[in-house]
Ligand binder design. Sequence first.
Ligand code: ADP
Ligand code: ADP
Ligand code: ZN
Length: 223
Amino acid sequence: MNLIMFGPPGAGKGTQADLLQKKYGYAKLSTGDMLRAAVAAGTEVGLKAKAVMASGGLVSDDIMIALIRDRIAQPDCRGGFILDGFPRTLTQAEELDNMLAEEEIRLDRVIQLKVDDAKLVERITGRFSCKKCGAGYHDSFKPTRAAGVCDECGAGDFVRREDDKAETVTSRLDAYNRQTAPLLPYYASRGVLVAVDGMAEIDEVTRQIDRVVGEVEKFAKNG
Ligand code: ADP
Ligand code: ADP
Ligand code: ZN
């Protein structure tokens, strides 16, 4: 199963992609995570991306397409992948189509998480993650089970993203509305777009996505 998790910043793409990865073993391709790793490592890509990310804008299509081209060719993607945060522009979507066509890989579904702007701000400003294993949390909506201890790995150090500040959120939502939301008709016209109520609780969103994945698999089996 090859999926795109689509939606504005804070919609729950990463959270749901993590759950799908755990449940089905699909490779999770998060361009945000890749860029943050590049910034931390001080690579050439990282140096170019750093200021753009801090301002809430989009990193150039050339950089993003090269990153995904390398990643999607890795053998672990052959068992299925979930794109989280890519594509974000029409150029990226078209280049992705070309890449997949070259490799004869099908894009099964684009899952759109629909969430109101006010809720997105709440989600983003309360987001934090485990420094050691990357598990994602939220101050109010998904706190750790034991205070200060990661559910997944037991570590006690947490981080907040520099761009998860109320000031930057507006630019990021703006970038989404102007550059990324126009991809919705692109995917709708290909018959792969499915909308999910991203306002629901995490478990309920997962159930909705599971239904979508189940239907695609049933269809594939029955020819
Ligand atoms: P995205 O990857 O789309 O930016 P995340 O998956 O990181 O979004 O989610 C943003 C924040 O909201 C995180 O702190 C996460 O724990 C929380 N969150 C995700 N999905 C939900 C949900 N359905 N209800 C409440 N909070 C959620
Ligand atoms: P969120 O989880 O809030 O949607 P991401 O972690 O996906 O945010 O991305 C963080 C930042 O990295 C974006 O604001 C943008 O600057 C950059 N970025 C990530 N993916 C892309 C992409 N496909 N195209 C351009 N910029 C990207
Ligand atoms: Zn952890």
